[in-house]
Design a protein around this ligand. Structure first.
Ligand SMILES: [Zn+2]
Length: 93
């Protein structure tokens, strides 16, 4: 028997409990830390666009002048996902 300690991917807390399975039978976890921004997470994602930090990379690449097709090829995600993420992002400046 092998036990693995699961830490929250957002806040790093070890106060995590099981939260069922995704539709592809990957275990989901629930972070019990009240200050955590994201409550449920998985350790491995089927789609790269769902991984934490990808949306920030899309915005960084757009600010640095990368196009939609360039961003989707570099990150290995759909062009539609890039467009949707950029449309959702509010202007900060
Ligand atoms: Zn957390």
């Amino acid at each position: 028997m092998c036990l693995t300690q699961v830490l929250c991917t957002t806040c790093g807390s070890n106060q995590v409990r099981p939260f069922g399975y995704s539709t592809h039978d990957v275990p989901r976890y629930y972070c019990c830390n009240d200050k955590c921004e994201i409550k449920t997470f998985m350790l491995e994602y089927r789609y790269k666009a769902c991984e934490p930090g990808v949306k920030e990379k899309i915005i960084d690449m757009a600010i640095n002048g990368s196009g939609i097709r360039d961003t989707s090829k570099v990150l290995g995600i759909s062009k539609t996902t890039v467009i949707k993420t950029l449309k959702k992002k509010k202007a900060v400046w």
